[in-house]
Design a protein around this ligand. Structure first.
Ligand code: CDP
Length: 232
């Protein structure tokens, strides 16, 4: 192992991806964004027309050659030789991703891909079930939460849209619907691992959150990039 595994779970827009990316940077690790995998499957299923076809879905999924390849400071998803990239960011893809993510065959596929990606350690991985199912042995588990209002505000700002009341209400109901589906499903639901440390990011800046996690990671055996440079 070339470093510990930092598992960061939490509901939509709680700050997982930004936090995991910056924690990985600070530690000289790579950021493994597990949501990209579900988004990729949803995007491909939509594009190629099998996402709503119950008969075709299992066979099409089985035929996918999907990997997450380490490209520091992150991982890239490759599916059948394609690198989907930016198209995965669409909010429609996220909604469809949360539907496909409830399927047993999709979760099994994702588990294999994510564990293969994380075998060498040295990752900050974010998602819904990272501390509970994917890497239950992770040295550090974090569960991020934030109020629904704050999460909606962040999502709207991310899209560069004016956060007026109507827009915020719409985003909040979308986030709640997705969180409910992610928490209520039987397989790998969104849940805090018993040994995870909960951080409420509602009133914290991204820097505050990252600093807190980096300190915890060092306490659990991670080394800062500067320490590594000093010792070679
Ligand atoms: O960034 P955001 O939290 O909005 O979304 P994401 O992490 O890209 O995840 C999109 C959807 O994939 C989620 O709503 C979940 O349903 C699903 N997902 C999951 O089931 N398990 C994971 N480890 C990561 C994502």
């Amino acid at each position: 192992m070339n470093g510990i595994i930092v598992a960061i779970d939490g509901p939509a827009a709680s700050g997982k991806s930004t936090t995991a990316r910056r924690v990985a940077q600070r530690l000289g690790y790579s950021h493994l964004n597990s949501g990209l995998l579900y988004r990729t499957i949803a995007w491909l299923g939509l594009r190629d027309g099998w996402i709503d076809d119950a008969n075709r879905f299992p066979d099409e999924l089985e035929e996918l050659r999907i990997t997450m390849d380490r490209r520091p400071p992150g991982f890239v998803v490759r599916v059948n030789g394609e690198f989907p990239g930016a198209v995965l960011a669409a909010s429609q893809t996220a909604v469809r991703a949360s539907h496909v993510a409830a399927r047993a065959d999709v979760r099994e596929c994702a588990l294999g891909v994510l564990r293969a990606a994380g075998t060498d350690g040295g990752i900050a991985c974010d998602g819904r079930d990272i501390g509970t199912i994917v890497f239950p042995g992770a040295a550090l588990k974090i569960f991020l939460v934030a109020s629904a209002e704050e999460r909606a505000r962040r999502r709207v700002e991310e899209q560069g849209i004016e956060p007026d009341r109507e827009r915020l209400q719409l985003e909040m109901s979308r986030l709640r619907e997705r969180d409910d589906r992610d928490s209520a499903r039987d397989l790998a639901p969104l849940r805090r691992a018993p040994d995870a440390i909960e951080i409420d990011t509602t009133r914290l800046t991204p820097d505050d959150v990252v600093d807190e996690i980096v300190v915890l990671a060092i306490d659990r055996g991670a080394r800062m990039v500067d320490d590594i440079c000093d010792s070679v």
